[in-house]
Design a protein around this ligand. Sequence first.
Ligand code: MSP
Length: 698
Amino acid sequence: MSDTQKTFYITTPIYYVNDAPHIGHSYTTILADVLTRFHKLAGEDTFFLTGTDEHGQKVQQAADKAGVSPKEHCDVYAKRFQDAWRDLNIGFDKFIRTTDPEHIAYVQGIFQQLWDRGQIYEKEYEGWYSVGEERFFTEKELVNGMDPISGRPVEKVREKNYFFKMSAYQDWLLKYIEEKPDFILPDFRRNEVLGFLRQPLNDLCVSRPKSRLAWGITLPFATDYVAYVWVDALFNYRSAVDGKVFSGGAPVWPADYHLLGKDILTTHAVYWTTMLKALDMPQPKHILAHGWWMFDNARMSKTTGNVVNPMSMKEKYGVDVFRYFLIREMVVGQDASFSEEALVQRMNSDLANDVGNGLSRILKLAATGLESRLTPVASVGEEAAALRKAAGEAVAGALEKVKALKLSFAIEDTLQLIRAVNRYLEVKAPWKLAKEGEAGKGKLNTVLYHAAEALRIGFSLLHPVMPSKMGEALAALGVEYSGVLGAEPSITSLQWGKFGFSRPLGQGVNLFPRVENISGHAAGKSKAGGTLTDGAAPSAPVDPFSLVHLKVARIENVEDHPNADSLYVLQLRIGEEARTVCAGLKKHVGKEALLGQDVVMVYNLKPANLRGVESRGMILAAESEGGKVLPVSPEGAASGDDVKATDTPFAPKADLTLKEFEKSPLTVKSGLVCYRDRPLQSPRGPIRAQAADGTAVR
Ligand code: MSP
């Protein structure tokens, strides 16, 4: 490996050993894993660190309560985290525990250096101490005399302690962050840190007397004190890679990314950076604060107790679906809401319909015995060339977006490619060629080869997110990387035509079976009191409209349906998502009038094959006074907005049937589209239709 090879060192926070692994921990760790796998795929040498934060008062108290030693308590929890990461297919390079002897020695060395450099001084201090937060607050910071973070009581404590001269670095840090716009990400979090730094900054108390807390790292220059747990914890990022180099010889430190939740940004952006500066150590390249997973609009965490156990989702839907959902659903930096319904919807639409469908169509044809193994051929014909071009664009787009941490958008680029394969198969109809026997064989191979090659590239791009399912998918296509069926892809795997299909196509692989209902799980209950399965709530009849999910979509392309005179094939954009929908509007409205328009669609309608084109949703239209059928119009709304009826519960069901949709009569009243007298609206305004009162909308 050459010296110029790119390297990538990423870290997660080290997790407290007072809680079982939950979705918050799982998200950060999966994100780090996916980023690492992508960087590996791009040919970089990577190092991925995670671990557990094992010292401090809370651990000591938990161990006392359980009647075990702190170390015994830590061993149990550290193993739980390791097991959880193994189950979620996380490929970390090192799992650090702050009770590791090497880490303890390293932190002691750091304290000694700070002491020798005159960066630490001792001082008698009196303040309000919070056991829960393990820190002092000033009188001013208290809220009603209580800890301002946890709301719990505080104790007045007077003691001698050791302080790090953090305030001396305030101006330096302010300037450093101002000059490096991508040091703290996203931008709005960077601004918060800058705002914080424009207030006076105190020195940091970095010790705790053993008389109060014995479970910690002993300070080398004051043996009746232990290190403040945050200082101990932050140095894990350095101690874990002390003296370590990448295979090309470059040192692993500094980290490319510290990933963390927004609640622990200050400790990383201020304590960590100033301590590194005081030691003349290089700064990490980026600190990325991600948002929180919310559940029924509340933060999901140990404090509120409403934690969705990631393992239960993993068991119910599979590890890869869970990983996919977390990475696809959260725009890095923003909060996102977790619900089982949303997970199932993603699984059915993106994974079962797009990804799984493409593969199973090819395998079904192979099962007829006509093409058991694909032979590479040149891209003859416009469509084949277009597919090849789309594959190149997906690779370039996805890799660029991964670099910018826009993972959900990178996935979207890949799905576009997979959807293009499905459209190509619909247009080329290889099932018809198969019926032509020997005569159609050459053409059949061309079609199947192109579809399979584009899928191979798509699956390789999705591999970092869903390593085991994509391994299975590649194996089913007969792809060998480095001579191993279904092995991890590398950068050359992303090139068209670099790999033959060296084994016969597999059979009977159903990667992502559709889930028709989600009963039997607490998260499946809607707020309205009904469950999301048909007829499962006998005592409280479900309002049929609560099951309907309407969304605003923008029409990005209009084409004639190849096999039906009255239909258009529309390409819709719904927020970040793209979909194909057929609409019976051809006799009523010209293509130009539709292009670029915002419309309202039934988003959760079960996909239907309309004369060879898969339609995923339906757009709402009403017959105008002139007898034309025109789409209804969402005033001022943005693509992706939800559309709901006033005062109606909202608990959409995955794969709504047309029959179920028709149970909710929609009509026009004074120009507004209503469900039983209740106007439909997006968050930005009502939905209008130029039609007479009483006109049906569907
Ligand atoms: N031990 C410290 C970190 C020290 S790093 C030098 C710690 N541990 S923790 O176990 O409490 O939490 C770790 C991470 O989980 C934080 O980044 C936090 O933001 C994240 N999450 C906890 N609940 C969360 C959600 N509901 N959603 C997303 N992440 C959240 O803090």
